[in-house]
Design a protein around this ligand. Structure first.
Ligand code: URA
Length: 222
C-alpha cells in the first residue's frame, strides 16, 4: 500500500476552515482510520471526537451574565444566551457526529436531512427533510463525517439557508481539497470545522487515505 501524508497545503486556500489538530483528536482519528477497528470502537471514537469538534464549533456562542448565589457569595456569572442551537445531521453518517455533539449540548434542537449520492453522477438527491420550524434567530450546525465531493453538504446548507438561520456552520470529521473547494465556492460565508484534511478524492468519490465508508463503519453494514 502506498504511503500518503495527511495534512494538505491546500488548506491555506480555505480561510473559513478550522482544523482541530488537538493531539487527542489526532490520536482518536488514527484509531478510526485503521481498517481493523471494530464497529463499536469506531462508533465510540466518532462520538468522542465529535464532542471535541463541538467544543470548537461553539466557541463563539453568545453569553450573558446572570445573578447567582454560590455557597460563598453572590455573583454575576455567564450563561448561554438566546435560542437553543440546532444540530442538523445529514443522514445517515451524520447521526454518528450528532450523538457526540448532543452529549456536550444536550438541549440542542435536532434536524435531519436525508441525502443519498447517486453512484453514477455523485450528485446529492434529497429524500428527507425535517428541521425545527423556527430556525430564524437560531445558530445551526450541520454535521456529516465526510466532506468528500461536498455535494451533500452544499445541498443541505443551500436548503437550510432558505429558512434564514442566524448562523450556519458545517462540522465534519474528514475533508479533502476537492470537497473544501466545492463547498467554499457555493458557501464562502459558512465556516467549516474538521479534524483533518486528507490528500485527495479518488475516482469513486472516496477520501484518500480516509477511513472508508463512514456510514458502513458506523452501522456495521458492510
Ligand atoms: N463518504 C464516506 O463515507 N467516505 C468517503 O471517503 C467519502 C464519502
Amino acid at each position: 500500500m502506498p504511503w500518503i501524508l495527511v495534512g494538505s497545503p491546500f488548506i491555506m486556500e480555505f480561510p473559513n476552515c478550522t482544523v482541530v489538530d488537538h493531539p487527542l483528536v489526532k490520536h482518536k482519528l488514527t484509531l478510526m482510520r485503521k481498517a481493523e477497528t471494530s464497529t463499536a470502537s469506531f462508533r465510540r471514537l466518532l462520538s468522542e471526537i465529535s464532542m471535541l469538534l463541538a467544543y470548537e464549533a461553539t466557541r463563539d456562542m453568545k453569553l450573558a451574565n446572570v445573578e447567582i448565589d454560590t455557597p460563598l457569595a453572590h455573583m454575576a456569572a455567564p450563561m448561554l444566551e438566546g435560542k437553543k442551537v440546532v444540530l442538523v445531521a445529514i443522514l445517515r453518517a451524520g447521526l454518528g457526529i450528532l450523538d457526540g455533539m448532543l452529549q456536550l449540548i444536550p438541549s440542542a434542537r435536532v434536524g435531519h436531512v436525508g441525502l443519498y449520492r447517486d453512484h453514477k453522477t455523485l450528485e446529492s438527491i434529497e429524500y428527507f427533510y425535517k428541521v425545527p420550524q423556527d430556525l430564524a434567530d437560531r445558530a445551526v450546525i450541520v454535521c456529516d463525517p465526510m466532506l468528500a465531493t461536498g455535494n451533500s453538504a452544499v445541498a443541505a446548507v443551500e436548503r437550510l439557508k432558505h429558512s434564514g438561520p442566524a448562523s450556519l456552520k458545517f462540522v465534519c470529521l474528514l475533508a479533502c481539497p476537492e470537497g473544501l473547494a466545492n463547498f467554499h465556492r457555493h458557501h464562502p460565508d459558512v465556516p467549516i470545522v474538521t479534524a483533518a484534511v486528507d490528500s485527495h478524492l479518488n475516482e469513486m468519490g472516496y477520501i484518500v487515505p480516509g477511513l472508508g465508508d463512514a456510514g458502513d463503519r458506523l452501522f456495521g453494514t458492510r
